[in-house]
Design a protein around this ligand. Structure first.
Ligand code: NCD
Ligand code: ZN
Ligand code: ZN
Length: 347
């Protein structure tokens, strides 16, 4: 049994850091593990200009502990009105990607896209500039069952979009279904996908059952929602297949505990405090620890056309219990599996 693994320092290609006091808690967690992270722009108000992205980057950098190397890679939030001219300014400012949230699909998506055709001029500018489009790939049509929203998005939105923009780099974020895995496997080199640790570790039963018996467990609620076991198996196969199209994106999405433990609990799981430990557990579970490094440290950088990191990290098979909660401004932040023992530990 493997006891210790050494990996090239990994990157997180999908991360929520929020803003203000929250940065003091969550930035050090990600910076301890990852060399870089793609920072999602779904603040309130969202990051829709290169200037706002630069100011946000400076606030994040100010929360990186002294002596730690961590590079936030910034993104813009696509709206129906994001001018094509902003793409040029974004490229010049070092912004690396643009995120599409269908309006109403997820946390802080009210300013999102109501009809993708309204954004075509901007997407043309992105295709020309080689700037990736990152997708929250779920339809919002109320008649579509919440468990089918990703598969229906691929049929109704992604296939036509790809037809109209054959060379636009697209990342299908936080994929959760067999259909998404099949789509990405069959696609060409302009398409990639991120996978979260929680979708690799849990199926939808986790929302309703646990060690303590039946109960609704809001800390397992995220979007896209956890799916059936057959889908989880497809995700594990994709992550450990050796295909360079699949890479690590935690989608660590902190919310104050009281806003998750509520009658209308927020969507998002916090995993940044133990991200690599959770991925190691998932890969170990299918005997694929040897595939973790490419998934976590190579494939994403290669897709984005960025250099791979040079340092290394070490993970040990060693049981430990992360803190039950963290300070989160004036509130509390409860991580996924709060209070539970994890089998892997980063040293
Ligand atoms: C994310 C958040 O809280 O910002 N929530 C989530 O459930 N994943 C938004 C997102 O990535 O869809
Ligand atoms: Zn999302
Ligand atoms: Zn996200």
């Amino acid at each position: 049994m493997t006891q210790t693994i050494h990996l090239t320092r990994p990157d997180d290609w999908h991360l929520h850091l929020r803003d203000g006091a929250a940065l003091q808690t969550v930035v050090p967690h990600s910076a301890a593990q990852f060399g870089r992270a793609i920072v999602m722009p779904n603040l309130q108000p969202p990051i829709t200009t290169a200037a706002a992205a630069l100011a946000y980057r400076a606030r994040i950098q100010a929360a990186v502990p002294p002596g730690v190397q961590f590079e936030p890679l910034m993104t813009l939030y696509l709206t129906d009105n994001l001018p094509a001219a902003e793409i040029k300014r974004a490229v010049e400012a070092g912004v690396v990607a643009v995120k599409l949230y269908p309006a109403g699909a997820t946390t802080h998506s009210d300013a999102g896209v109501t009809d993708v055709r309204k954004t075509y001029k901007t997407l043309e500018a992105m295709q020309r500039a080689g700037m990736p489009l990152l997708l929250h790939g779920e339809v919002t049509a109320p008649e579509v069952d919440i468990f089918d929203r990703e598969a229906v998005f691929i049929e109704r939105q992604l296939i036509p979009l790809r037809h109209d923009f054959p060379e636009l780099k697209i990342v299908l974020e936080h994929i959760t279904t067999r259909e998404a895995v099949q789509y990405v496997h069959a696609a060409d080199r302009f398409t990639g996908a991120t996978l979260t640790a929680h979708h690799l570790l849990f199926n939808r039963n986790a929302l309703f059952t646990g060690a303590s018996g039946a109960g609704l467990r809001p800390h397992y609620f995220c979007l896209p929602v956890l799916k059936r076991e057959a889908h989880r198996q497809a995700l594990l196969q994709a992550a450990s297949s050796g295909s360079s199209k699949f890479f690590l994106g935690t989608d660590s999405a902190p919310h104050a505990a009281h806003l998750k433990e509520s009658a209308a609990g927020c969507a998002g799981c916090y995993t940044a405090h133990a991200a690599m430990e959770l991925y190691a557990e998932a890969f170990d579970g299918v005997g694929a620890l040897d595939k973790l490094e490419a998934f976590a440290s190579f494939n994403g950088a290669d897709f984005y056309g960025l250099p791979r990191n040079t340092g290394t990290i070490t993970l040990k098979r060693e049981a430990w219990t992360p803190p039950v909660s963290f300070a989160f401004g004036a509130a509390l932040l409860k991580p996924l599996r709060s209070g539970e023992v994890l089998p892997w530990r980063m040293v």
